[in-house]
Design a protein around this ligand. Structure first.
Ligand code: COA
Ligand code: AMP
Length: 625
């Protein structure tokens, strides 16, 4: 263990007040906070700041206006554009002026349903500038899901673009927005739409407004000033899958978020002003919020905004090409993306040909990084490949190897050690710590570190539930163990959330959709292992008598999930079976279904309702053979 890491961990736990007050010095405050933690006010209560000022203005004021803030690299459109901090400030100022024209002010919500283009980043920062609260919705979600988020956030304005580009496909966004606004009970007053070259969307006035026209209309207007917000005021709402069909609106504050992200860049990723950082994620996910948009800019680094896929845009060398081309120092992606690259290019010939420029480390997160994938990447790249763990709720990594603090300890299969600020334990069902090496619920001591959520939008009781099972501890929903050397191993979820290609989804939500389809008597959706995506959902459907053929029913439920939840659900397999395996008390044995799908050795649980099993297994074997 490095001395710097040990000291930071100790200080953060023994004297969090001093530790985080010192970290807060990395942020420019309008009103500096007088203390770090306050039971009522949260982190940095009494402090006031503006996150956009910290991301842009202060770097320009410090004379770094010509430094590059954002590199937009879009292999799907053949475009590379670079924006300096000064140019970003101009662009963000223009969008902020557009938002002001449309009546957006402090505390108003703005839903952003946009692809990976610079305008999306401008829009997020423009909201931050005005103290408005953005809620970015991932483009892979269907209109109904967008509508749910609109109704919960009740935005004044919705920002969108005419299309997203998904590999070889162009996806028109406006028809989805129009459909969502039909479903929504609280539609926004206006839709502001950015027309991309590839698709021209129809605009329905006076609701719909053309981005370029409004941009022109505000040309020459002064850039709106940064609005000072309280440290605890929300910067954004990001909806994530919970265990019900209703997404949870994670609320991120301004102060704790800025401090935590600045700390993480310096001490986890080893990135500062002038360095190039690339998180190959999507702005629709928390990784995109934290590590494409806010963290790199807050520390004055260059961020890469990549509109492409790991493979097929145009080939499996696109990651390495982009890294070498832009001089990326630290790269962050999901294990699933590396598995996709490896499948196409097992000998890493592209990597050998393109090189890695000055790349120093590769970080992986979003799902457990399997040892085999880490091994392959370490061997081919010759670089440290660092698995690290976090969640939308936390906003930044909580388990990692803090290489930037000189801690080089790594063990394949483990996400590393607690990040300073987070005190972990593994508890058994009785709420007591389990012996070293034994599995249990992974929990973090309350209060959580700066940056972590302090409420859910419109649902504070839902937030409190995370602390109810183990009083004094935050229940992560993950299961795992801590080994004798202190490595934390996160092995899977304790609830029905699954990770599909690094995307967090709820099988419970899919079950609700399937169960609502005509002719479905009963159903279960489970996550089965997948060589590329980590996990994929599989549905089991018991039909009512007299319904269509098995294959027609399977096709129908798959289409329903895609239509209602979105393509991102990636439900491609549905088995129509005569019965589900159940315990005698009537509980569906999802673990057994998972075992069958994974081809693992089948151990029939003693409590099973015997009659159901043989038929069901026969049906599955029949479908898969
Ligand atoms: N807008 C619209 N549709 C989208 C979308 C978006 N932003 N993102 C994904 N989709 C669609 C895909 O086109 C696909 O549709 P299809 O079923 O018609 O093919 C579906 O949703 C599933 O997408 P995905 O799970 O991404 O599968 P894929 O086969 O297209 O790609 C990977 C597989 C592994 C290459 C890709 O998922 C990937 O790069 N994952 C990394 C994710 C990541 O970075 N997560 C963040 C955590 S760090
Ligand atoms: P999300 O909120 O989308 O970031 O998903 C968070 C969940 O993804 C966690 O609760 C874990 O279940 C899983 N996860 C993320 N990173 C890792 C990791 N490095 N190892 C294991 N699981 C991970």
């Amino acid at each position: 263990m490095s001395e710097a890491y040990a000291r930071a961990l100790r200080d953060s736990i023994e004297d969090p007040e001093a530790f985080w007050r010192q970290a807060a010095a990395a942020i420019d405050w309008v009103t500096p906070p007088s203390r770090a933690w306050d039971d009522q006010g949260g982190w940095f209560a009494g402090g006031a700041l503006n996150t956009c000022f910290n991301a842009l203005d202060r770097h320009v004021l410090a004379g770094r206006g010509d430094a590059i803030a954002l590199i937009y690299d879009s292999p799907v459109t053949g475009t590379i554009r670079r924006f300096s901090f000064a140019e970003m400030l101009d662009e963000v100022g223009r969008v902020a002026a557009m938002l002001v024209r449309l009546g957006v002010g402090k505390g108003d919500r703005v839903v952003i349903y946009m692809p990976m283009i610079p305008e999306t980043v401008f829009a997020m920062l423009a909201c931050a500038r005005l103290g408005a609260i953005h809620s970015v919705v991932f483009g892979g979600f269907a209109p109904l899901e967008l509508a749910k988020r609109i109704d919960d956030a009740r935005p004044k304005l919705l920002l969108t673009a005419s299309c997203g580009i998904e590999g070889a496909r162009t996806i028109a966004y406006k028809p989805m927005v129009d459909e969502a606004l039909v479903f929504a009970e609280h539609p926004p007053e206006h839709v502001l739409l950015f027309q991309r070259d590839r698709v021209t969307a129809d605009l329905h006035g006076p609701r719909d407004i053309d981005w370029a026209v409004l941009r022109e209309a505000v040309a020459g207007e002064a850039v709106p000033e940064c609005v000072a917000v309280a440290a605890d005021d929300p910067l954004y709402i990001l909806y994530t899958s919970g265990t019900t069909g209703t997404p949870k609106g994670v609320v991120r504050d301004n102060g704790g978020h800025a401090v935590a992200l600045a700390w993480s860049m310096a001490n986890i990723y080893g990135i500062g002003a002038g360095d190039v950082f690339w998180a190959a994620s999507d702005v629709g996910w928390v990784v995109g919020h934290s590590y494409i948009v806010y963290a790199p800019l807050i520390v004055g680094a260059t961020s890469v905004l990549f509109e492409g896929k790991p493979v097929g845009t145009p080939d499996a060398g696109t990651f390495w090409r982009t890294i070498a081309r832009h001089g990326v120092k630290t790269f962050f992606t999901a294990p699933t993306a590396i598995r996709a690259v490896r499948k196409e290019d097992p000998d890493a010939t592209f990597l050998a040909a393109e090189g890695l420029g000055g790349l120093q480390a590769i970080f992986l997160a979003g799902e457990r990084a399997d040892p085999d994938t880490i091994g392959w990447l370490e061997e081919k790249s010759g670089l440290p490949v660092i698995d690290h763990w976090w969640q939308t709720e936390l906003g930044w990594p909580a388990i990692a190897s803090c290489v930037a603090l000189g801690d080089s300890r790594r063990k394949r299969g483990s996400a590393g050690f607690p990040v300073p600020g987070f005190a972990f334990a593994v508890l058994g069902e009785d709420g007591q710590p389990v012996p070293t090496g034994e599995s249990g619920a992974v929990v973090i001591r309350a209060p959580l570190a700066p940056g972590a959520f302090r409420t859910l939008w419109n649902n504070h009781a839902g937030w409190e539930k995370n602390f109810a099972t183990f009083p004094g501890w935050y229940e992560t929903g993950d299961a795992g163990f801590i080994d004798a050397e202190g490595f934390v191993h996160v092995m899977g979820r304790t609830d029905d959330i699954i990770n599909v290609a690094g995307h967090r989804l709820s099988t419970g939500q899919m079950e609700q959709i399937v169960a609502a389809q005509d002719g479905v008597a009963e159903c279960a959706v489970i996550g089965a292992d997948d060589a590329i995506k980590g996990m994929v959902p599989i549905a089991f459907v018991v039909p009512r008598a007299g319904y269509e053929s098995d294959s027609a029913m399977a096709t129908r439920v798959i289409a329903a999930v895609r239509h209602e939840l979105g393509a991102v659900a990636a439900l491609k397999t549905a088995h129509v079976v005569p019965a589900l395996p159940k315990t005698r008390s009537g509980k569906t044995l999802r673990n057994l279904l998972r075992t069958i799908c994974n081809g693992d050795e089948l151990v029939t649980p003693p409590t099973i309702e015997d009659a159901a099993v043989p038929g069901m297994i026969a049906a599955v074997v029949h479908v898969e053979s």
